[in-house]
Design a protein around this ligand. Structure first.
Ligand code: AMP
Length: 213
């Protein structure tokens, strides 16, 4: 199964990714996670990406595309993969098409998670992430059992630098101008399905699986 998850920041791509990779036994490829890991390790790529991430801007295509291309060549992607947060521009989508053509593979589906802006801002500005395993919580709607401690692994929870309200607003603006055109791009290819992700996350997952099967 080869899936792309589309949708604005905060739409629940990360949450749905967890369920989908488990169901289809495929690797979860999140370009945001790759940048954050690089930043933690203070690599050149991580430090360069931070300049854009902190402002809520997209990292330039040339820095992103080759990471994904290399990742798709790894052994665990042979039977499929889930792309979360990539592609985010038409240029990235075209580069992905080219690479997939070379590998003689196609996408099974592009799932567009749709949700209202007000809910997104509320979700993102209250989001807490585990430093160790990446599990996400919400300080208002989905609190961990112990304050600031991950239920899954006991890791410490933190607020992402780019989840501050001004950066969030900028990320939504950037999404609308640079990523939204992908909806038309994949609609024309006949592989896009839109799901209302304002519902309970388990219902959203069931809906996505129904579409993919
Ligand atoms: P995410 O975790 O997917 O919300 O990504 C966090 C940030 O990483 C984004 O706001 C961008 O700055 C950067 N980023 C992640 N994926 C991409 C991508 N495909 N293209 C450009 N920038 C990206």
């Amino acid at each position: 199964m080869r899936i792309v998850l589309l949708g604005p920041p905060g739409a629940g791509k990360g949450t749905q990714a967890v369920g989908l990779v488990e169901k289809y036994n495929i690797p979860h490829i999140s370009t945001g996670d790759i940048f954050r890991k690089n930043l933690k390790e203070k690599t050149e790529l991580g430090l360069k990406a931070k300049e854009y991430m902190d402002k809520g801007l997209l990292v330039p295509d040339d820095l992103v595309v080759h990471i994904v291309k290399d990742r798709l060549l790894e052994e665990d992607c042979k039977n499929g993969f889930l792309l979360d947060g990539f592609p985010r521009t038409v240029g990235q989508a075209k580069a992905l098409d080219l690479e997939m053509n070379k590998l003689n593979i196609v996408l099974n589906g592009v799932i567009n998670l749709e949700i209202e802006d007000e809910i997104l801002i509320e979700r993102l500005t209250n989001r807490l992430v585990c430093r160790k395993c990446g599990a996400t919580y919400n300080a208002k709607f989905n609190k961990p059992k112990l304050e600031n401690v991950c239920d899954v692994c006991g890791g410490k929870l933190y607020t992402r630098d780019d989840d501050k309200v001004d950066t969030v607003k900028n990320r939504l603006k950037v999404y609308k101008s640079q990523t939204l055109p992908l909806i038309e791009y994949y609609e024309e290819k006949g592989i896009l399905a839109t799901v209302n992700s304002g519902l309970d996350s388990k219902k959203v997952l069931a809906e996505i699986c129904k579409i993919l099967e």
